[in-house]
Design a protein around this ligand. Sequence first.
Ligand code: DGJ
Length: 726
Amino acid sequence: MDTLHLRSAGTSLVMSFDSGEAEVIHWGADLGSTLPDLAILGEPVPHSAIDATVPAGLLPQASSSWRGRPALRGHRLADGVSGLDFSARLRVVTVNAEGNSAVIVQADSDAGLTVSSSLALHDGGLLELRHTVTNDGSTPYQLDELATVLPVAPDAVELLDLTGRWCRERHPQRRPIQQGTWVRTGRHGRTGHDSSLLFAAGTAGFGNRHGKVWATHLAWSGNHEQFADSIGDGRTMIGGSELLGPAEVILEPGASYTTPALFAAYSDRGLDGISEAFYSWFRSRPHHVLPAGGAGKPRPVVLNTWEAVYFDHNLSTLIELADSAAELGVERFVLDDGWFRGRRDDHAGLGDWYVDESLWPDGLTPLIDAVTSRGMEFGLWVEPEMVNLDSDIVRSHPEWIVGPSVQSYKDGGRLPLEWRNQHVIDLVNPDAWQYIFDRVDALLRENNISYLKWDQNRDQLEHGHAGRSSVHEQTLAAYRLFDELKKAHPGVEIESCSSGGARVDLGILERTDRIWASDCNDALERQTIQRWTGLVVPPELVGGHVGPTTSHTTARTHDLSFRAITALFGHFGMEWDVRGVQGAEREELKRFIALYKEHRGLIHSGRMVRADVADTSLMLHGVVADAESLKGTTAALFALVSTGTSFAEQTGRITIPGLEPDLTYRVEAIFPAPGDADHGHTFTQVRPPAWLSNGAVAGGRFLAEVGLPMPNLNPEHALVLRFTAL
Ligand code: DGJ
């Protein structure tokens, strides 16, 4: 086979094998079914350069004159002599294609290496790529890096990646593409609060709904690098690799290493097109929480106890809370940190996964029964990868703490610095892994638990097992824990939490059912956190909670409607002592919960739309249902959100993109409604736009091009707009 052409949902991937190397000719817009003779792409040879056309290899390598970051680096460990720190001369051995997937095998018999690359272009246009390198030689081979990269077209001139910290995860940063390498390194031993969920290159000024974008995501929860590598000949590669520690992966003869998957999407309609490709892939997975266009169990309304009671666990308080939650319409009650042996605060107990007999003399059953008898599911918080020094498990197994020394700290080894008073348990040690598995398994067998909130609250910095770097093995061992527990308890859902949103990636999401986007329940911060998390992760997998009126993490105060509308476009819940929510505010909360229940089918299956609004104090985002199923139903739900004050005297017309151009819609502002407690706070004008009281009727094309005049919103307020197709 000389050429491979995969096509799906407006995307083409064209590869050529003519030069003997797997060359990526094009990853971008769909090229149709007929390709010209690719020989026309033969490049001229400039002065002072290699005398040959240089391919953009699937595995860029020095042997074909790639002077950027090579995809494969490593060396042989034989007779005390290191090998050469260049890659290899990989040449195609076989190409096997079937439908929209292919496996390409390249080898270098002199170097004793084979790399097998598997590619799949999924139905929604998302490309999945991973490489496996095998040591065919007779001596050990130390692998330093195996990267998954793809070339972007020359008209990509800007980069967008995400960064953040605790309570401010996933905020965008942009820069021009210039010669050199822009690298985002994660050395947290977990994905990291600052990890770039997406690494995107695009045409000048690409936005939410305009411009061409090429974007990659590395599906890995350990150390990693993501980068854009732009070399002197004008080409740019984007992608990433697992960041391996010294001698962390040594391949014995015959052994292999497989990279994390690189997911890659192309869009000619800005970032929304990238989200569409990711959402379509998530929703096509058979184990997705709502596969097949939203069919399945609706995402239940959650009450999480953390910001309601923190460590103050007391059966009668918790039953009162469960009572109050059930009365509001809550469907899942999650008991957070504080229920296990010795855990009165965050100094002790991690690792002792037994219900604390002093607090719970009859175990968790009385609470679980109270919860389930009120028609709710019961969920439990755990943090299986961590231990406190003050725990029975560390007292009996000090050697199970991960650290730089071979000896345990009891025998003179050095303990890593503490983080929230805790350490990492060495899951690479089979006994420690088995202990943790057995404890969580027993909790699930002995109690009626439908849901685990699985936390992971520290970076893993000095990470060693038996004197060798071990983030790689630890990450795989943690994945194995999830996988085995899921296998043993197939009905149990798991939430991935990591000091809020420090473990959000497609590696963890392959084995969990939702992520906790951030510990910040401040709705203003959440607007940005959720917008950028939602770039890749669909809303049904992103937990969003209505927190207390004054945020515990920022001390900002927000009306209920702003907090609720913010949580609406995710998997909705509350994290608030709702026993104290009374009167008009309680009625408003109930109305809102009913609104979520009515519309979650749409929110969790539709197309996400984020408008490019000129006024930067406003955001407009929404979800649009599939055209087929629209007539007479809620066809779309949007939120107009004010994040600050504006220079503009009045908001004026806002255009609403993404609706079906040829359908006619009734548009209504439905929340907060005139009777709601905080309705009067939301607007600031003498006379609101005429359509606001009785709704408006207009076509999708008109709404996208002309728009509707919107009310002036007070800062940090929002309005829900419902679109019914007529
Ligand atoms: C960090 C999480 O992100 C919080 O939601 C909460 O579960 C605490 N840990 C409990 O310790």
